[in-house]
Write a protein that binds this ligand. Structure first.
Ligand SMILES: Cc1ncc(COP(=O)(O)O)c(C=O)c1O
Length: 378
């Protein structure tokens, strides 16, 4: 890949191969074995009480809404307040469960604002889908308070938040469920996988069954049990095939050891970006991180007036940033909310995610910022 890329995962290659070799030599690459080890490692890292390893965070978000709806007796067309500025997985999860996605607006933290969330609460609101965009927590703790006050469940889409801390602690215990992504370009990359962390043990048990077609005993236990009847199991739900596998977990078990080191370098990159762009802060708005939040900096976002032209100028210099995200309200299934979230519309048309990967150097950041400064001062 020539030029400076937005993302480029950096793996501890030899250690990953060692872990994968173990799977191949043992002859077990499926559910169980390394997936259980990784769940334990993730619980130890986050301090969250339960964790189930999945093949993506998308299935985790689908399961989160599905299980909460079923267990709390929510009706079709009951509402979940959510953000337009996210990957569609967050919002598709709501529609998949036949509920209504009600869009509230964001601010320059790129996350939902407490005021807008409050304004959208009705007697059919059941939950808030909160996305820590780019690893930023935005006004998370105020949203936690609003949920408590109004009896709403909080679903935390933490796809970008692996390693994000608030005053030294990993957030999430306040939420009903937290869903992480370990997809190919995320801060803890495994190729493809995710983790769902319910607050309640009963729901963790349910998700384990639902992500294995509804079967109540995993294949590893069945093939490693020495007793009789190991082929016997019951099927309690019409579930999905959503669980993770031992090869992905093997990579995860290595990468988790380096997550804090890697995120510290991402924060260094963000500091360099901020320093370099300070002199044009009237024309280049950088994402706002609230005091106390130590962002994972999955993304470093800016907003500029002529985004598309700046994108072309960066591409001409062989720099390839991205956009996170176009407002989901642009897509046909969410069009009913057109015009309701003006700041999200602004972000959708003006934001750029600057390259944020562990191969970047200080000189790369200076080069990227030089193109941006030239462009906005032209
Ligand atoms: C905010 C957000 N939520 C969910 C997802 C889905 O993650 P996965 O690819 O692991 O399903 C993504 C992926 O980019 C995302 O950015």
């Amino acid at each position: 890949m020539a030029g400076i890329q937005l993302f480029k995962a950096k793996y501890e290659v030899e250690e990953c191969l060692e872990q994968i070799r173990e799977c191949l030599e043992v002859g077990w690459t499926g559910l169980g074995f390394k997936t259980v080890q990784f769940e334990e490692a993730w619980k130890a890292y986050t301090g969250l009480p339960f964790a189930h390893y999945l093949n993506s965070s998308t299935i985790g978000l689908y399961m989160a809404v599905d299980i909460l709806k079923e267990q709390y007796g929510w009706a079709d067309d009951d509402e979940i307040i959510t953000t337009p500025i996210t990957f569609v997985s967050s919002n598709h999860a709501i529609l998949k469960s036949h509920m209504k996605a009600v869009f509230a607006d964001i601010d320059d933290t790129m996350c939902l604002t407490p005021q807008s969330v409050k304004e959208h609460i009705t007697d059919r609101t059941r939950a808030v889908m909160y996305v820590g965009l780019g690893g930023n927590m935005g006004h998370y703790y105020e949203i936690v308070d609003i949920c408590k006050e109004h009896g709403l469940k909080l679903i935390l889409d933490a796809a970008h938040m692996a390693g994000t801390r608030y005053k030294g602690e990993i957030p999430g215990r306040e939420a009903e469920v937290v869903v992480y992504s370990f997809q190919a370009v995320k801060n803890l990359p495994t190729a493809d996988s995710g983790m769902i962390c319910f607050k309640r043990g009963e729901f963790d048990e349910i998700v384990r069954k639902k992500c294995w077609l509804g079967i109540n005993k995993d294949t590893y236990s069945r093939s490693s049990d020495s007793g009789n009847y190991k082929w016997k199991y019951d099927v309690e739900y019409i579930g999905d095939k959503g669980h993770g596998n031992s090869v992905m977990a093997a990579i995860g078990l290595v990468q988790i050891k380096y997550l804090d080191r890697d995120n510290a370098y991402r924060r260094q990159l963000a500091t360099w970006y901020r320093e370099e762009l300070k002199e044009c802060e009237d024309k280049v708005k950088t994402v706002r991180i609230e005091d106390g939040c130590e962002s994972s900096y999955h993304l470093f976002q800016i907003c500029v007036e002529d985004r598309d032209a700046l994108m072309m100028a960066l591409n001409a210099a062989e720099i390839y940033p991205g956009v996170h995200y176009a407002s989901n309200i642009n897509y046909r299934m969410y069009e009913y909310a057109k015009g309701t979230c003006p700041y999200s519309d602004y972000v959708s048309d003006h934001t750029i995610s600057l390259p944020m990967n562990l191969y970047l150097t200080y000189d790369d950041v200076k080069k990227i910022c030089a193109v941006i400064k030239n462009f906005v001062n032209r």
